[in-house]
Structure formats: C-alpha cells, structure tokens
Design a protein around this ligand. Sequence first.
Ligand SMILES: Cc1cc2nc3c(=O)[nH]c(=O)nc-3n(C[C@H](O)[C@H](O)[C@H](O)COP(=O)(O)OP(=O)(O)OC[C@H]3O[C@@H](n4cnc5c(N)ncnc54)[C@H](O)[C@@H]3O)c2cc1C
Ligand code: FES
Length: 344
Amino acid sequence: MGEKHTVRLEPVGIEMEVDEDETILDAAFRQGLMLMHGCKEGQCAACKSFLLDGEVDLDRYSTFALPDYEEQEGYTLLCRAHALTDLEIELINFDEEVLRSGVPLQVLSARVEAIEELTSDIRRLVLKLAPGESMAFHAGQYVDISIPGHPQEHRSFSMANTCAAGDELEFMIKLYPGGRFSGLLSDGSISVGDELQVTGPYGVFTLRDSSPRRLVFIGGGAGMAPVLSLLRSMVEKNCERPAVYYYGARGEEDLFHLGELQELAAKLPDFRFVPALSNADTNGWGGEKGLITDVVDRLEGDLADVDAYLCGPPPMVDAAIALLMRRGTAESHIYFDKFTTSAD
Ligand SMILES: Cc1cc2nc3c(=O)[nH]c(=O)nc-3n(C[C@H](O)[C@H](O)[C@H](O)COP(=O)(O)OP(=O)(O)OC[C@H]3O[C@@H](n4cnc5c(N)ncnc54)[C@H](O)[C@@H]3O)c2cc1C
Ligand code: FES
C-alpha cells in the first residue's frame, strides 16, 4: 500500500481517499462511486477530467485520448492517474444519477455454461456463477474477464442479459484473428465446464430512468450485447418510452437474434428495430442499405429531444456522435460504449 491522499471531486463536492498505488478511477469504484469511464486503459477519453489542484503521475495512455497539449493545459485521465498529493478535480462528464448508483465491485469465479455460434465471427458465451453467488449489475454494464493462465490480463465484455437471471452472465463476443481472448473461444481452448474469473460490474451505459426522452439506439456487430440488455430491462420495467434500434451489419448472414427483437417489438409499446446492411451485394434484401449512420441520417428528422445510446467499434461510435451532434442532440444525452481493443 502506498501513501494516502484526499481527492475532492467538483462540482459535486465529493471527497474520497486514494492510495498512491491505485488509479483515481479504481479508488472511486472501491468506494462505490461510478465516475464516467469506458476502456479503463487510457484509450477512449471517457474519463477525461481537469486537474484544478495537485499533482498526478500517469500510467501509459494513448495520445488520441489525451493529446500532449491537453495534458499540459491540466487535463488528465482518471483511469491512468495516480495521486502524488491531495487533489482537486473538475469532472467534465458526470451524471449525478449514475455517480451515486455504483454497484460494489465483485471478483467471482464462473463456469462456462454455453458457447454458441451467432454468426461466423460472433459467439454467444454464457457463464454460470458458483452456487450461492450472484452479481448485481445495471442493464448495459460490463465485466472484465481474465485471460486464462494470465490472471493480471483481462478483456471487457458487456452483459446481454439483465441481472434478473441472478447467477448467469450472457455475452456476445466478436472473434478477432490472433485475439488473446476471443482466439481461445474460436480454437476451442475455452470450452464448456471451464472456470473463468470475472470482475465487475463496470460501465455507465445504463438507462437514465428519470428521463422522459425518446430513445435512439445505434450499434453494430457484438455491440448488440448491452443494447439487448437495455431492451430486455425495459420489458422487465414496463418502460413505455418510444424507442428505435438502428443496427448495422455487413450481409444478411451477419444478422442474429431477429426473432427476439421482433418479440421485443411486440412487448414494448413503441419500439422499432431497423437493421441495415452495408455490403453492396445485398440482392433480395428488402430492408435498409448502407452504413448505419447514413441510414439514421436518412430516416431520422430532428434529434434534439432524444437520449442516444451508441455501442460498437470506435469509428462507428465516433461517426454516430458527430451525426447526433449535427442534428442537435445534447452531448449530455449521448451515451456510448466504444469496444476498444488492444490494437487501438
Ligand atoms: C467497455 C468495453 C466493453 C466491451 N464489450 C465487448 C463485448 O460485449 N463484445 C465484444 O466482442 N467485445 C467487447 N469489447 C472489446 C473486448 O474487450 C476486446 O477488446 C476484444 O474482444 C478483443 O480482445 P481479444 O483478446 O480477443 O483480442 P486482442 O488480443 O486484444 O487483439 C484484437 C485484435 O487486434 C490485433 N492486435 C493486437 N495488438 C495489436 C497491435 N499492437 N497492432 C496491430 N494489431 C494488433 C489482434 O491480432 C486482433 O486481431 C469491449 C471493450 C470495452 C472497452
Ligand atoms: S481513457 Fe479512461 S476510461 Fe477510457
């Protein structure tokens, strides 16, 4: 354990204790404070904040997330910053509803219950927690799964289910050639019955229940996981907010869970699922065509009064944020999870 310091978070006026050995973000998680974050690895900028007073030391990060000139101006990444003195920090992105709704972190062992093919490069992974164990989480959150044999290394995966299932966690995992974790799923090195270690829950891609606004979900690939979790939770909560889900895939063979999405449309009072295919060769496809952001651009009118939830690869999320902001969506009403990888 290192030296302890006090961190004051503005403008919310919360004080917390931080050990020099932990990042400020980890100290917040430990104390049940859900500060804004994404990758937790200095790649996505979701945790960017302003250092009003004091000194920090930063672990390795991407200069895309924190360019040098911003670091010199006083910006910092809470997922990389260690306090060297007492600190005063101005949170740039924060949401008081979420900040105090943190669920305590758990480190649990889970057994692989099922691995199923959803598409040629997306697998459904179901984990069952040990008897008597359960994990509380908000729909839309994610956990870190340790890489077998390398307990210090992990990959983040969003739950597709809700915590109503109690002892089960369901994931959608894209297979990457040479991927340290997904490679183990594709070559059979992880199989039913194996034990995996999960840590979580993390993430702020959660429904703001107090909002009356229409919901616009935009995503692609395995980014369906947290959106499905949110949609399933809306059914559980009898949520009546109008919602539309724009989902981008390459070809028809890359679409999955169409049956359940149709069922959700029947269960939710005002929900539409709009799949779109980006491959030029989509003969016989009667639905929308093109990049998912172009489809949203074409079909949507004014987007000033919506809550938007975006999830998928970083370039898709960035394009969707730019589109929404052009159409008048307030930055504070855009929520996203970028599925960054070690290659980013
Ligand atoms: C908040 C969050 C939630 C996420 N949720 C999900 C989810 O629900 N489903 C999901 O599928 N993914 C999700 N991800 C992404 C996931 O965590 C992993 O990053 C992803 O699965 C890749 O991990 P991997 O170990 O399989 O591949 P990695 O070993 O990380 O490699 C990924 C790819 O990059 C290549 N690569 C690695 N390093 C380099 C390099 N230096 N230069 C060039 N290429 C390189 C590899 O060959 C491979 O093709 C999420 C990420 C975040 C941050
Ligand atoms: S850069 Fe800190 S959470 Fe992604």
